[in-house]
Write a new protein. Structure first.
Length: 423
C-alpha cells in the first residue's frame, strides 16, 4: 500500500503543479520573429573616418550598441548577430513603426564628453543633456581600444583612458578643474566624473562608486565610441504579425490533435502502462516549456518542428519499453521479472539512440547558423528531458504499481493468456 500511496502522491503533486503553472508559463514563452511578426535587417559596417578598419572587436561592440538601442525603443528581446567580417543582422519582433526603428538603428553610436561650461542655468527638473550642453570631446578623440579597467588606491574599479591630442585634452581639463565632465552615449548620460587636475600626458582616470560591471560597461562604451562604424542597410524583410499568428495557431492545433491521437493510441495499446507513458509525455512537454521560460529561449517555427519531433522520439521510447515488457511476459516471465528485464533492455536501446541524436544535434548547433542552431538546441533539450521523464520517471511509476501488486495480470499490459509461452 505504501508504494501505491507514493504513486498517487507523485502523480497528484505533479499534476497540481502543472495545472497551476501552465497558464503563466505559456504566457511567458518568448515568440520569435516568424511567429510574432516584425522585421529583420542586414547591415554592412564601414569606418566613418578614412584610414580606420572594421575589426572583429569593433563589429561586436557595434552589435552590442544596436541591441541596447533596440531595447531602449521598447522592442521585445531583439536578436543581434555578427556575420563575416563586416555585417550585422538585426531581428526585432513585435515592431509597429519600422521607419522609426530603421532611422534610429543605422545612426553610429555617438560618444561625447560634455561639460556645463558656458551653458545656461539649468531649469528645474532639467535633463542631464540640458545641464551638460557643451561637447568637449567625441569618440574619435580617444585612442582605439585605449580604455581599460584598473583599480584605484582603495582597490576600487576605475577606468583608464587615453586621448590622441594631448594638448587639446590638457586645455579641456585645465579649464574644467573642479567641474564635471559627463560621459554620454547618444543622449544617455553614463557618468559625470569631476576633473581633479590638468592632464598633460593624454591619460586620465575615471573614478567613482562603480561596480566592476559598471566600470567594464563604461570602458566598452568609450572603446566603441573610439571606433565608430557607419551602417548601411543591405537587406530587410518584413514579417506580418497576422502571418505569424496564423502559423502559430495552425501549428498548435496540429500539435494538440497529434498529441491526443498519440495518447489514445498508447492507452489503447498498453492499458494502464499506456496511461503512465501518457503522463510521462505530458510531464515532458511541461518541463520543456518550463526550460524555454527559465532559460529565456525564443520559440521559432523551426523550434516548434524540433518540439514535435522530440515528442515523437519520446513516444518511441515508451513504445520500445512497453514492447520489451510484453515480449518478456509472452516468454513466460512473471510480471515483476518482465518489467525489470524490459526496463533494463529498453534503457540501453533508448540511450544509444538518444546519444547519437544528441551528437548530431551538437554538430548542427556548432556549425549551423540561425534557424539551424535553434532547431538543434531545442532537439538536444528535448532528448535530455525525454530521458528524464520517459525513461526514469515512467520506469519509476511503473515499478511502484508492479511492486504494489496493482499490475499483476498480463492482460493489464495488453497481453492475452493465449500469447504466453510457458518456459
Amino acid at each position: 500500500m505504501k508504494r501505491i500511496a507514493t504513486f498517487i502522491i507523485v502523480v497528484l503533486v505533479a499534476a497540481g503543479i502543472m495545472g497551476w503553472s501552465t497558464p503563466g508559463l505559456l504566457n511567458g514563452v518568448r515568440l520569435g520573429l516568424d511567429l510574432k511578426g516584425g522585421f529583420e535587417i542586414l547591415y554592412e559596417a564601414s569606418p566613418l573616418e578614412a584610414g580606420q578598419k572594421v575589426t572583429k572587436q569593433s563589429l561586436t561592440r557595434t552589435a552590442e550598441s544596436l541591441e541596447k538601442r533596440a531595447n531602449a525603443l521598447g522592442t521585445s528581446e531583439p536578436e543581434v548577430t555578427t556575420e563575416g567580417t563586416n555585417r550585422i543582422r538585426l531581428k526585432i519582433a513585435g515592431v509597429t513603426n519600422e521607419a522609426e526603428v530603421r532611422k534610429k538603428m543605422k545612426e553610429p553610436a555617438s560618444l561625447t564628453f560634455r561639460s556645463a561650461d558656458g551653458c545656461k542655468a539649468p531649469a528645474e527638473n532639467a535633463q542631464p543633456k540640458d545641464i551638460y550642453c557643451k561637447v568637449e570631446l567625441v569618440g574619435s578623440d580617444f585612442v582605439e581600444n585605449g580604455a581599460s579597467v584598473g583599480y584605484g588606491p582603495l582597490n576600487e574599479p576605475v577606468i583608464d583612458i587615453k586621448v590622441k591630442d594631448k594638448k587639446k585634452f590638457a586645455d579641456v581639463t585645465k579649464r574644467l578643474i573642479g567641474k564635471n565632465l559627463a560621459i554620454f552615449l547618444d543622449e544617455t548620460m553614463l557618468s559625470d566624473p569631476t576633473v581633479r587636475q590638468e592632464l598633460t600626458d593624454g591619460k586620465a582616470q575615471i573614478s567613482g562608486s562603480y561596480s566592476i560591471e559598471e566600470a567594464k560597461q563604461i570602458r566598452d562604451t568609450i572603446n566603441l565610441g573610439a571606433l565608430p562604424l557607419k551602417l548601411t542597410e543591405k537587406y530587410s524583410q518584413s514579417v506580418g504579425a497576422t502571418l505569424g499568428k496564423q502559423s502559430l495557431q495552425k501549428t498548435v492545433e496540429a500539435g494538440i490533435i497529434g498529441s491526443i491521437v498519440i495518447l489514445l493510441f498508447m492507452i489503447a495499446m498498453y492499458r494502464l502502462p499506456g496511461i503512465i507513458a501518457s503522463f510521462g509525455l505530458i510531464v515532458h512537454t511541461w518541463l520543456l516549456i518550463l526550460v524555454f521560460v527559465w532559460a529565456d529561449f525564443t520559440l521559432t517555427l523551426p523550434g516548434v518542428a524540433a518540439f514535435i519531433l522530440g515528442i515523437g522520439m519520446a513516444v518511441d521510447a515508451n513504445i520500445i519499453t512497453n514492447e520489451r515488457i510484453r515480449e518478456e511476459i509472452r516468454n513466460g516471465r512473471s510480471i515483476t521479472s518482465a518489467v525489470k528485464a524490459g526496463n533494463k533492455s529498453s534503457f540501453r536501446t533508448i540511450l544509444d539512440s538518444n546519444i547519437t541524436t544528441i551528437i548530431v544535434g551538437a554538430v548542427m548547433f556548432a556549425f549551423g547558423t540561425g534557424a539551424v542552431k535553434g532547431f538543434a538546441l531545442v532537439l538536444i533539450v528535448e532528448i535530455v528531458l525525454s530521458i528524464l521523464t520517459n525513461v526514469y520517471l515512467t520506469h519509476f511509476l511503473l515499478s511502484l504499481l508492479v511492486k504494489g501488486e496493482l499490475l499483476k495480470k498480463p492482460k493489464q499490459f495488453g497481453v492475452k493468456e493465449s500469447e504466453i509461452n510457458a518456459l
